[in-house]
Design a protein. Sequence first.
Length: 453
Amino acid sequence: MSDPRRAVPALGRLLTRPEVVEAIAEHGRESVVTALRTALEESRRAVAAGGSVEEEDVLVTRVLAAVDDRSAAQLTSVVNATGVLLHTNLGRAPLSVEAVAALTAAAGTVDLEIDLDTGERGGRDAPVRDPLTRLTGAEAAFAVNNGAGALVLALTALAGSGGVVVSRGELVEIGGSFRIPDIVRSAGTELVEVGTTNRTHARDYRAAVEAGASAVLRVHPSNFRMDGFVHRPTTAELVEVARSAGVPFIDDLGSGLLRPHPAAPDEPVAAERLAAGVSVVVFSGDKLLGGPQAGIIAGEAALVERCRRAPLARALRLDKLRLAALAATLAAYERDAADGLPLWRMAAEDAGSLRERARAVAEACGDAGIEVVELQAVLGGGSSPGATLPSAGVALPGPADRLARQLRTGTPAVVPRIVDDRVVLDLRTVPPAADEQLIAAIRAATTRPPDAP
Ligand SMILES: *Cc1c(COP(=O)(O)O)cnc(C)c1O
């Protein structure tokens, strides 16, 4: 009997097909040849394992469609079924319809740095400056590239030569390579560590500023919780320490709520911290604010102005697209319509209605052993660690790794969660309008042959 792998076409022959020649002209030889070669190798492996040979036409169409997709969208839109509302790997907060419209409108030429009335040069962050001060009660506010950038800029501009006091309990890693000690050093200031991992007192901070430290930094424990024999000073105590020494108190809030919300019980509210006397707060735009990636510095006018004028500010500035999206997101808070932002909609959906949706999804997928399950969703993005939102979803039968990959690589791409070796799709993070797409994705993943790539 001849080797069944011979039934798989040769690369050389495929390269002479007119549609392949056309695809090479459009996408370049390298990407088309690599995609075909990979598909042929997979076919040979599948055939060797006893599978059937894919028709040449089918294979070529499938591979070229994938090459098209990849070059059309470098970023693939995905359905977030992880149950993590602010998923950093999936781009954190989804934008509101208004923010997307504003971002699209800003894609052309806009009055970014020109006052249309006078024709004079204007400030680039004008559209967000006033809303941010109104929403936080700050004297002034400034928006930059992201939360990490806002912190580095604040430290560079405000910490001075005496170094910045930080509790040993807050020398944390926020994610990736973002570690507070490294950030402080990269901002060109000295780290003055005080206290211990579990307990730091106001008197520890006081001793450090009396010995010459020129700023106080507090870092919100975003992604972890410490319980037991722990102590950290109150905001009022730190405000008093910083005031009496005449040094700025920089409070890195992480998420930074613009208004209290029951779904985020332990998260600081920017306006409350500033009202309590903190000199400046820094927080992210795409965490619990529910907007685009951005970092906000808000507080005393003279300090914010120093940040704005620091040479580093230029390197961290926001682009027009995100400025427009941030302004539109802030406008929702100003209209008292923040509940309509995708993030807060997801957070507010009633567990009973999620269960209903899960049941409908399972039913629409037929009797494929799909089970409705109770789940716990989380805010994510390093917000309210430990706090969960009751949720519901569906669990799929079958090998978790393979199913998860099929969901991720399908159209639309769906990112699930794996719980106890089962693929689980949490509906809290899936917009109701995407339920149909989710059903189609589940059907495709649970019926695709096991050897399909
Ligand atoms: C998330 C976070 C940051 C970084 O913010 P990005 O917007 O991700 O750059 C800084 N500090 C704290 C406490 C955070 O939680």
